[in-house]
Write a protein that binds this ligand. Structure first.
Ligand code: GLU
Length: 332
C-alpha cells in the first residue's frame, strides 16, 4: 500500500529567499521580498510532486519590517491552517534577520503538535548557488517527516534542523548563518533523509505553554539595551522615559552592571518596568545572582536578549505576577 501524500502548507512572508539582485553574483545590496512563492516553488519540482503542497503569500517583506502586528497575524494564520485536519504540517518562508525572534514567538504561542518549519536563505533567489531552493526543499521534507511531530517550531537552514528555542543568527553573509550555540543542531538532513539527534527541547513549547495566539491582538513595548564601554545610561533613561513596560539589559560580560547603571536603576526599581538581565555576548547562560534580589531583575537564564524580549512581552501581556516571572524564564 502506498502511503498517502503529506499535505504541507507553505506560508510565504518574504525575505532573501524571495529576494532579487541586479546580477547573478549579487549577494548583498539586493531587495528582499520581491518574488512570489508561486514562482519559487516551480524550481523545486521533486518535493512538490512527492507531497501535496498548498501555498499562500501572506505578505512579502524584508524581515526587519516584521512588526509585532505582522508577527501576530502570521501566528493566527498558521494556527488556523494547522487546525485544518487535511494539513499535516506547515513551512514558513521568511527573512533571516528576525527569524530567531519570530521562530521563538511561534514556538510559544501556537497550539499544535504538527511540524512547523521556518526557512530562509542567505543568498537571494537570483544569485548563482542560492541556498533558498535547497533550504525550501529540505524544509518541506522535514515538515513531511513523521519524526518532526511535537518538537516545537524548527528551523531548516544549510542542511541543519535547529530548534526555535535555541537558534540564533551568527553571521551576516555566510550560508552557515544559523546556529544553536550551546546545544547544537537538533538534526541533520542528508539527501532526502532526515536524522534527529535528540527528541525535543526540554523547555515548554507550543501546546504546553499558557499562551494562546487567539488571545493576542497586540504586545506591550519591551526594548533591548546593549551595555558598552563608556555607557552613560542614555538608552536606559530613554526607555524608562518613554514608558517601556519591559527592558532587556544585555550586560557587557557575564553578569556585572556598571556603577552608573546600578545607581540609576536603584531609583527606578519601584516603578512598573520589568527588567531582564542578560548578556551582550549572545553565548552562554545568564544565571540568577544576588543582583536579581537587589534590583528586582529577572535573569534570562538560557535565553539571549532577542528571545528574552519575546518572552517578556508575552508574560507582561498575560499579566504574570512579578514573583512568578523568573519561573517562566526557567521553564520556557
Ligand atoms: N534583511 C532581509 C530580511 O531579513 C534579508 C535577510 C535574509 O533574508 O537573509 O528579510
Amino acid at each position: 500500500m502506498t502511503e498517502k501524500k503529506k499535505h504541507i502548507k507553505i506560508i510565504a512572508t518574504g525575505g532573501t529567499i524571495a529576494g532579487s539582485g541586479n546580477s547573478p553574483t549579487t549577494i548583498t545590496g539586493y531587495t528582499p521580498g520581491t518574488k512570489d512563492i508561486k514562482e519559487i516553488i516551480k524550481d523545486i519540482p521533486l518535493v512538490t510532486e512527492e507531497n501535496e503542497i498548498s501555498y499562500q503569500q501572506l505578505f512579502n517583506i524584508d524581515s526587519v519590517d516584521m512588526t509585532n502586528e505582522l508577527m501576530i497575524q502570521l501566528a493566527k494564520h498558521l494556527q488556523k491552517s494547522l487546525e485544518d485536519e487535511s494539513i499535516d504540517g506547515a513551512v514558513v518562508t521568511l527573512g533571516t534577520d528576525t527569524l530567531e525572534e519570530v521562530g521563538y514567538f511561534l514556538h510559544l504561542v501556537l497550539n499544535t503538535d504538527k511540524p512547523v518549519i521556518l526557512v530562509g536563505a542567505v543568498r537571494p533567489a537570483t544569485a548563482i548557488g542560492t541556498d533558498g531552493l535547497i533550504n525550501l526543499h529540505q524544509a518541506i521534507n522535514v515538515a513531511a517527516d513523521n519524526q518532526s511531530v511535537n518538537k516545537g517550531v524548527l528551523i531548516v537552514m544549510n542542511s541543519r534542523i535547529l530548534s526555535a528555542r535555541y537558534v540564533t543568527k551568527v553571521n551576516t553573509t555566510m550560508t552557515d548563518a544559523f546556529q544553536s550555540l550551546e546545544t547544537g543542531a537538533i538534526g541533520n538532513i542528508v539527501g532526502d533523509r532526515v536524522y534527529y539527534f535528540y527528541d525535543r527541547p526540554s523547555f515548554k513549547h507550543t501546546h504546553e505553554t499558557i499562551f494562546d495566539i487567539n488571545d493576542l491582538t497586540w504586545l506591550p513595548k519591551v526594548s533591548i539595551v546593549i551595555a558598552h564601554q563608556g555607557d552613560d545610561n542614555f538608552q536606559i533613561k530613554e526607555a524608562v522615559n518613554r514608558k517601556c513596560e519591559g527592558l532587556i539589559i544585555a550586560t557587557a560580560g557575564g553578569y556585572t552592571i556598571s556603577t552608573k547603571i546600578s545607581e540609576y536603576l536603584k531609583n527606578i526599581v519601584t516603578s512598573n518596568i520589568k527588567i531582564v538581565r542578560t548578556s551582550r555576548l549572545g553565548h552562554g547562560i545568564t544565571s540568577k545572582t544576588h543582583l536579581e534580589n537587589e534590583y528586582n531583575f529577572i535573569a534570562s537564564e538560557t535565553l539571549n536578549a532577542n528571545k528574552s524580549r519575546i518572552l517578556l512581552m508575552l508574560l507582561i501581556k498575560y499579566k504574570i505576577k512579578n514573583n512568578d516571572l523568573q519561573d517562566y524564564f526557567n521553564k520556557y
